[in-house]
Ligand binder design. Structure first.
Ligand SMILES: N=CN[C@@H](CCC(=O)O)C(=O)O
Ligand SMILES: [Mn+2]
Ligand SMILES: [Mn+2]
Length: 320
C-alpha cells in the first residue's frame, strides 16, 4: 500500500510583495493532483515526493530519508525564483511499512503522468530506491517512448548491487537489467565515485555494463573542465537526461544529512556546474534528489544545498 499526501502549508516563507521582482518559490508553486483535473497541461516543472526509508533500511543504512520530501520543500519555499516557468506540486507518495514495491508502482504511475504533462519532473526522495520509481515513470511516459535517454548519477556509489529485492543500492542494476530485457540501451554515467566506498565487485559490474564514471578525486575544482567534458559527451549522444543527485556525492561538511556522509566528496561548485550544464541543454526531463536524511542534518545544511541545486536546474532551463 501507499498513499499520496499533501501539505499545502509547507509552501510559505518571506514575502516581499506580489511582483515578479519579489518572487520566491512559495509564491510560484501551484498544488496539483494527478487525475483530478487540477494539474496544469502547459509544461513547466512538476514536483513529486517519494517518502521512502525502506530501500535504505533494506540496504543497512541510516533511516530518515522518508522525511526528505517535506524538508526539501521547506528549504525551497523561501528561495528567490528567477523564472516565469510554472511550478506544480503533485504531493508525496508515501511508502507504507515495508511495501516499497507498491510505493514504486504508485510513484511510477504518477511520474509517467507528470512527464507527459510537464517539461521537467523533479522527484524529491527518499533513499536512492527513488530512482527506480522515476525509471518506471519515464519508461511509461508516452512522450519518452522513442527518446534516447542518458542516466547521469551524481553519487559516491555505483548503486549496481545484486539483491533479491530493490534497495537504495540496486536501482541502476535494476535499470540495466530491465533495459536489456526490453532491448533498450542503458547509458549510465556517474560522477563522484569514492573508491573506498565501492568494492571491486561493483567496479567489475560497472565495467561489464560499460558504465562511464569519474572518481571523486578527479572531480575537484581544478578538474571542472574535464568533468564538464564527460557531461558534454553524454549530452551529445542522448535526447533526454535522467539526472539523479545522490546528496552523498557532496562533502560531509555541506551534506551531513545523508545515510552515508562522504569523507572526500565532490565540491558543491562542481556539482552545481554539472547541474547547470545539463539543465541549460534543454534535455533535462527527469531529476531525482535523493538520500536527504533530515534527522541527521545539521541546521538544514543538506536540505539547503539540495534546494540550491534544484533551483539551479530550474533557473538554467531554456525558457523557450
Ligand atoms: N544508496 C546508497 N548506496 C550505497 C550505500 C553505502 C553505505 O551505506 O555505506 C551502497 O549500497 O553502496
Ligand atoms: Mn546512491
Ligand atoms: Mn550514494
Amino acid at each position: 500500500m501507499s498513499r499520496n499526501s499533501f501539505d499545502p502549508g509547507i509552501w510559505q516563507g518571506r514575502d516581499d510583495g506580489d511582483g515578479r521582482e519579489h518572487r520566491r518559490w512559495h509564491q510560484q508553486v501551484q498544488l496539483t493532483m494527478a487525475g483530478d483535473g487540477l494539474r496544469g497541461r502547459d509544461g513547466g516543472v512538476a514536483l513529486v515526493g517519494f517518502a521512502s526509508d525502506e530501500g535504505v533500511r533494506r540496504n543497512g543504512g541510516r533511516p530518515g530519508a522518508a522525511a526528505g520530501p517535506d524538508a526539501l520543500r521547506e528549504a525551497l519555499a523561501p528561495l528567490a525564483l528567477h523564472t516565469d516557468l510554472p511550478i506544480f506540486d503533485a504531493g508525496t507518495v508515501v511508502v507504507e511499512g515495508e511495501d516499497l514495491e507498491a510505493g514504486h508502482e504508485a510513484v511510477g504511475g504518477l511520474v509517467a503522468e507528470l512527464l507527459d504533462a510537464h517539461d521537467l519532473v523533479v522527484v524529491l526522495g527518499g533513499g536512492h530506491e527513488t530512482a527506480w520509481g522515476s525509471y518506471l515513470g519515464r519508461t511509461r511516459a508516452d512522450r519518452l517512448q522513442d527518446a534516447r535517454v542518458g542516466v547521469l548519477n551524481l553519487d559516491a556509489h555505483f548503486d549496481l548491487r545484486e539483491a533479491e529485492r530493490a534497495t537504495s543500492g540496486t536501482p541502476f542494476l535494476q535499470m540495466a537489467t530491465t533495459d536489456a530485457e526490453a532491448g533498450r540501451i542503458f547509458d549510465y554515467t556517474i560522477i563522484g565515485i569514492a573508491e573506498p566506498s565501492n568494492t571491486a565487485a561493483l567496479f567489475d559490474k560497472a565495467d561489464e555494463l560499460g558504465v562511464s564514471y569519474v572518481l571523486d578525486i578527479d572531480c575537484g575544482a581544478s578538474h571542472l573542465g574535464e568533468v564538464l567534458n564527460v557531461v558534454d559527451d553524454l549530452l551529445t549522444r542522448v535526447d533526454v537526461v535522467h539526472l539523479s543527485i545522490d546528496l552523498d556525492v557532496l562533502p560531509a561538511a555541506v551534506a551531513p544529512g545523508v545515510s552515508a556522509p562522504a569523507a572526500c566528496g565532490v565540491p558543491v561548485e562542481v556539482i552545481e556546474a554539472v547541474c547547470r550544464q545539463v539543465a541549460a541543454s534543454g534535455k533535462l526531463a527527469l531529476l531525482d534528489v535523493v538520500e536527504l536524511c533530515p534527522p541527521m542534518d545539521v541546521d538544514s545544511r543538506t536540505a539547503r544545498t539540495a534546494a540550491r541545486l534544484v533551483t539551479t536546474c530550474v533557473h538554467a532551463r531554456p525558457t523557450t
